[in-house]
Ligand binder design. Structure first.
Ligand code: SF4
Length: 296
């Protein structure tokens, strides 16, 4: 019998014979169990009702039959990138959000610092974010301390991160919400995180992963977005990081979701650069659809 087929009873339980007239419990149940193991008795007396068996395919089994789309050679790409990233010496490795917060602080304070570090990091180089985080930590980086800090002082502390004026506004608004609604902690789910001013889906998934150790989705920034398209890790070209996140999550095994962000961000900082990627040095050059080759 094909493994895609299952025995189905009228009661809807898959893989179990349901013998009509079998009472629950006692010897009748034992009889059921016995018949389950030996479903076709040699002698069936006249008048006894036959076992009713149907076969049907479920939606899951249909899906099993259709091979799921996945990018060509993606596992080889990944292994090569892991190898190229083995020294872990990209800016994200030294100055990413995890590195910028005070590891000895209380968990709630650490989570707040992770959130702020990620808010500062959008459209900003890791070096600049890291410097701003150092200044903020020296000043005191807790919900209460930021609430009592005036906007001008906060602006001076975070300058020159990208869009620093907007970020002053967002940090103050978000911090106020955390104080009033979350007892000074940060939300523990994506839906509430994205409601905070200045927090988008990419940031929310990274916050979940780094601050709560709960992988809710792939954090797709500009590096992950660009490289995924160059390697054709997306079925159709995607226009935005959010589209890329959805496309990647469709096929990529969940256990890779956390790793893929830091892996590709660092790879994008060092090798697969936005302009002039170092394809001639890249271990993927022979199998990368986006590789720039001489004369191309
Ligand atoms: S071959 Fe070039 S485009 Fe492809 S992953 Fe390597 S650096 Fe990026």
């Amino acid at each position: 019998m094909s493994s895609a087929l299952r025995r189905v009873t009228r009661s809807g339980r898959r893989g179990v014979y349901n013998v009509v007239g079998c009472k629950e419990g006692g010897t009748s149940k034992d009889k059921c169990d016995a018949e389950e193991e030996n479903p076709l008795p040699k002698h069936r007396s006249k008048g006894k009702r036959k076992v009713h068996v149907e076969y049907e395919q479920t939606a899951d089994e249909d899906a099993e039959k259709k091979p799921k789309w996945e990018p060509i050679s993606w596992d080889q790409h990944l292994e090569n990138i892991r190898q190229m990233r083995s020294s872990r010496d990209a800016p994200v490795d030294q100055m990413g959000a995890e590195k910028c917060c005070d590891q000895s602080a209380a968990p709630q304070v650490m989570r707040y610092q992770v959130l702020l570090s990620l808010m500062l990091s959008s459209q900003t180089k890791d070096q600049v974010t890291s410097a701003a985080m150092c200044k903020l930590r020296e000043h005191g980086l807790t919900v209460n301390k930021i609430l009592e800090t005036d906007d001008d002082t906060l602006g001076t502390l975070i300058y020159p991160v990208g869009f620093w004026k907007n970020k002053v506004k967002f940090i103050k608004q978000t911090t106020k919400i955390l104080h009033e609604k979350y007892g000074g902690d940060i939300p523990d789910n994506v839906a509430d995180l994205v409601k905070l001013p200045g927090v988008g889906p990419k940031m929310a998934h990274l916050v979940m992963d780094i601050a709560w150790k709960n992988v809710s989705g792939i954090g797709v920034d500009t590096h992950v977005h660009r490289i995924s398209n160059r390697l054709k890790w997306v079925k159709k070209e995607t226009k935005t990081p959010e589209e890329t996140r959805v496309a990647l999550e469709d096929w990529m095994p969940r256990e890779l979701w956390s790793e893929i962000n830091w892996l590709l961000v660092g790879f994008g900082q060092q090798m697969c650069l936005p302009v002039s990627p170092q394809c001639s040095e890249c271990l993927n050059k022979a199998i990368c659809p986006g590789a720039k080759r001489k004369g191309k």
